[in-house]
Design a protein around this ligand. Sequence first.
Ligand code: ZN
Length: 113
Amino acid sequence: MHELAITQNILDIAINEAKAAQASQITKIRLIIGELSGVVGECIQFYFDFLKKDSIAQNASIDFETVPAELHCRDCQTSFKLEDSSWACPCCRSTNLEITNGQSCFIESIEVE
Ligand SMILES: [Zn+2]
């Protein structure tokens, strides 16, 4: 994934939300980064500091929370978190799995003034 495009997208969403709320500035953006999303928080931070200049987010900080991958076994219907990278069901060792969480990167909340 391309962090620059993702960061631009996050910033655009945050600015639109802030404007909709008639806020004068954004103070904090909280992001959820899925373990399997391929997004690197440090890269987002780097681009964010660059892109936020001269916008209503120029004083905003960005926080990240990484959510673990969650999988669902199609054979025994167990849901579990991916704790090692074996990609097998802990109950029946099946590899017939579906990813149910941890693939996306999105804004959890925006604080504005
Ligand atoms: Zn299973």
